[in-house]
Design a binder for this molecule. Sequence first.
Ligand SMILES: *[C@@H]1O[C@H](CO)[C@@H](O)[C@H](O)[C@H]1NC(C)=O
Ligand SMILES: *[C@@H]1O[C@H](CO)[C@@H](O)[C@H](O)[C@H]1NC(C)=O
Ligand SMILES: *[C@@H]1O[C@H](CO)[C@@H](O)[C@H](O)[C@H]1NC(C)=O
Ligand SMILES: *[C@@H]1O[C@H](CO)[C@@H](O)[C@H](O)[C@H]1NC(C)=O
Ligand SMILES: *[C@@H]1O[C@H](CO)[C@@H](O)[C@H](O)[C@H]1NC(C)=O
Length: 388
Amino acid sequence: MQPRGGSFGSLEEGKESTTRITSQTNRSFPLRLLQFILLLLGIGIVFSVLSMYASWYIKVQNEVPMIHPKFQRCVQESKDIESWIKPPLNLSHYMNDTELFWRASFVPKIKEYPFKRTPKIAFMFLTRGPLPMAPLWERFFKGNEKLYSIYVHTFPSYRPDFPPSSVFYGRQIPSQVAEWGRMSMCDAERRLLANALLDISNEWFILLSEACIPLQNFSIIYRYISRSRFSFVGSFDEPGPYGRGRYNDKMSLEVNITDWRKGSQWFEVNRKLAVDIIRDTTYYPKFEKFCRPACYVDEHYFQTMLSIESPHLLANRSLTWADWSRGGAHPATFGKADIKDNLFQKIFDGELCLYNNQPTKLCFLFARKFAPSALDHLLEHSSKFFGY
Ligand SMILES: *[C@@H]1O[C@H](CO)[C@@H](O)[C@H](O)[C@H]1NC(C)=O
Ligand SMILES: *[C@@H]1O[C@H](CO)[C@@H](O)[C@H](O)[C@H]1NC(C)=O
Ligand SMILES: *[C@@H]1O[C@H](CO)[C@@H](O)[C@H](O)[C@H]1NC(C)=O
Ligand SMILES: *[C@@H]1O[C@H](CO)[C@@H](O)[C@H](O)[C@H]1NC(C)=O
Ligand SMILES: *[C@@H]1O[C@H](CO)[C@@H](O)[C@H](O)[C@H]1NC(C)=O
């Protein structure tokens, strides 16, 4: 038979097979019975598979853990602005530096905050371990809870034992070993800045050591920093061997010798400069490679970089006083016997400096270096010396 066209052909075939089955039915009854039994068997298998799946599904449903009320609240809160501006409750995290710096570099493009933002000062303590001056700082911070936050970078193995009532409790950030005069020191400072940047309320960032003390009460320090048009980064051009003498020609593409700066490690920067520091990939590799001891990178890297990028934002002086009068590589350390009225009078009556382009005698808000033995005397006279 010749096919006559697609649809007609198949119709004919269908007709043919129907006739064939009808004729077979009468011929082989046992075969029909077998088919029926197989069908029943098939249905049985399908049903048992379905019921197994159903019981598994119910079991899995029951195993889904109850959502803890705390997380339910998080889910709810993520709907309002609060959840985006709230600082992290717990400073511990599992980001490495690459991830942390990336996250910390987020900057809003809309400059007006659609909520009441009280700008805070981030006090960043860089220490090997203990903070012997903590009781003095506690007294200084008391009553100003909304205006500051604290971050502590220690040796990674160090476990501080501050009680929950302390302002330092739970303020240790994930830390790594930092060696004086090496890039790992600048890494630690960038790590402090990046962790502090995660709190959108932090507007000013001060680097301090365990040997630093505050020289004024909190309100004076807050007003001084918040009303300054410049950030307090010590930065000057020194011709001698300890200044330009540490410059390496191999970085001349990025840093001209005339741009080379030196200054104190203990800086204060605003949020813009803090982001500039943690996002830098231009100067970092050059300083890492070409500024190694006797080039002490923490005295040159941020100072030079910020002077090139944002000279108009820098006061070019540090807020932290130190006594270099003896000469040598380290400033004087003050112990118990040195804590006398005239020590602080010397600092307060010292040189003149510029504040918002006006001369002032109030040049230093912090001082170093103070030995643990000095603490008791400082606590005893803190109200007379410092007004807190
Ligand atoms: C951090 O982790 C990412 C992803 O694993 C990796 O690409 C990056 O190199 C790491 N950074 C550091 C500093 O270890
Ligand atoms: C922060 O979380 C870590 C674990 O992620 C925990 O060990 C630590 O005690 C917490 N710190 C505070 C202050 O709650
Ligand atoms: C801080 O010190 C200044 C000047 O000594 C004083 O006028 C002010 O009342 C002090 N503030 C507080 C909160 O003690
Ligand atoms: C450094 O700056 C000086 C003066 O601005 C200029 O004459 C000199 O060519 C510069 N050097 C390099 C290597 O760019
Ligand atoms: C700080 O020094 C830079 C040059 O490095 C200069 O442009 C800037 O005006 C100085 N800042 C102040 C407040 O004088």
